[in-house]
Design a protein around this ligand. Structure first.
Ligand code: SAM
Length: 249
């Protein structure tokens, strides 16, 4: 089993990351039909954020991930749900068993062509693949530009262009196994305490990859930027959740 860059940040991830808006799942259901009763494989389930939300809509969900500590957090929070240690590039699920194979903030971590073949194998004909991401979308706001700049300077693995997920359908389209994919974008507003924003920053793999002293300098700088813009300590930040969805032929 390969290792995950997320295990070292599992606690901060569990404490700091936002969930996805209800309107987003409603938009997904407009494409997939009601999630209630669907068998969903939640790839790169991590601490189980999407697993819990899909389950709340009545789906039967199996979450899987390569990160043991992330899954430990998921199981601790939701012991009634099913989480297995598995690599999305080589799945131990039966052919044609799933109605939906989804990847919440995780598709970009997989070997796209191999993962795509596995998804196509485990989906029933007419089932759906979906990959989605949450993004802060405060482009043009002065504090956000400063915040992005601070991260780009300190984190060699970070570029603000990473928020662009337009290439997500490439392997799916290349495979010839899916109908043409579509994109859904749901804008929303995240209300979050500034200290939780910092916890969220700590949970990012590219922030954790920076040497500890530089990481603390960056987080102090981010806290300063955020504190100037939101002096009351409560942030309201425009967000969007973007999904890419394709139907198995
Ligand atoms: C950004 S986290 C997303 C977690 C969760 N889905 C969410 O919505 O917050 C990405 C997750 O993908 C997992 N991951 C990376 N490569 C993987 C692979 N080959 N197979 C399964 N999971 C993988 C990581 O371990 C990590 O937990």
């Amino acid at each position: 089993m390969r290792s995950s860059r997320f295990d070292p940040v599992a606690d901060d991830y569990d404490a700091g990351r936002p969930s996805y808006p209800d309107e987003f799942f409603e938009a997904i259901e407009d494409v997939t039909g009601p999630l209630a009763g669907q068998l969903v494989l939640d790839g790169g389930a991590g601490t189980g954020i999407a697993t819990r939300q899909l389950t709340a809509r009545g789906a039967r969900v199996a979450g899987y991930d390569i990160a043991e500590r992330m899954l430990r957090r998921a199981r601790a929070r939701s012991p009634e749900l099913s989480f297995v240690l598995a690599d999305g590039n080589m799945l131990a699920f039966r052919d044609g068993c799933a109605d939906l194979a989804c990847f919440a903030q995780s598709w970009h971590w997989l070997d796209q062509d191999g993962a795509c073949r596995e998804v196509a194998r485990v989906l029933r004909p007419g089932g759906h693949w979906a990959a989605w991401w949450n993004h802060a979308a405060a482009d043009g706001e002065e504090w956000f530009t400063a915040y992005q700049g601070a991260k780009e300077s300190a984190c060699p693995l970070y570029r603000r262009s990473q928020a662009n997920t337009d290439g997500s359908l490439a392997a799916i389209t290349r495979s010839g196994l899916f109908e043409p994919g579509i994109s859904i974008i749901v804008p929303w507003t995240r209300t979050v305490a500034a200290q939780d924003w910092i916890t969220d920053e700590r949970s990012k793999s590219y922030v954790n990859a920076v040497r500890p002293a530089e990481r603390e300098r960056l987080l102090t700088e981010v806290a300063r930027i955020v504190g100037e813009r939101f002096p009351g300590g409560q942030m309201t930040v425009p967000y969007c959740t973007q999904a890419w969805i394709a139907r198995r032929r």
